[in-house]
Design a protein around this ligand. Structure first.
Ligand code: 2XW
Length: 135
């Protein structure tokens, strides 16, 4: 994904708080990603819906990244996205897992690094951010 997406640093999101990202999936989207964690190299969650990229079609790939090294990928069975959709993605976490809430889908991803706060948010790829909210 070309660089130039939204990046927010110096956050101090605690367990139980929500990160809400509202935006629009581009009409010809190949994929997009929402990354949360400590910084770009250490991610609690890389949430990566793929319409058609990296050999995946209509698949949500999730992963963690520990000091630059990708972990084991999780592929989510459902794909509640269509090109051009306006969606809101809500991410929260506890010491054991991150929770992703979407329209029509909610799932957990293990907090593999035992992260106690989220300091970093980045959105990359074919997604136009309209609003972000921390609550
Ligand atoms: C079957 C062949 C070997 O497995 C494949 O290996 C690929 C490379 O690791 C996997 O794709 C990566 O999967 C990661 C999550 O596990 C990330 O989604 C990674 O893309 C993240 C990324 C790329 N970029 C980027 N590319 N170009 C630029 N400027 N930035 N920025 N962030 C993708 O390139 C891909 O998901 C994986 N596929 C399978 C089925 O395992």
């Amino acid at each position: 994904y070309p660089s130039g997406g939204l990046v927010v640093t110096q956050l101090d999101i605690q367990p139980g708080e929500c990160i809400k990202v509202k935006g629009k999936i581009l009409p010809d989207a190949k994929g997009f990603a929402v990354n949360v964690g400590k910084d770009s190299s250490t991610l609690m969650l890389h949430f990566n819906p793929r319409f058609n990229c990296h050999g995946d079609v209509n698949t949500i790939v999730c992963n963690s990244k520990d000091d630059g090294t990708w972990g084991q990928e999780d592929r989510i069975a459902d794909f509640p996205f269509q090109h051009g959709d306006k969606i809101e993605i809500c991410i929260s976490f506890s010491e054991t897992e991150a929770t992703v809430k979407l329209p029509e889908l909610e799932f957990q991803f293990p907090n593999r690094l035992g992260m106690e706060k989220i300091q970093y948010l980045a959105v990359e790829g074919d997604f136009k951010v309209k609003a972000i909210k921390f609550s």
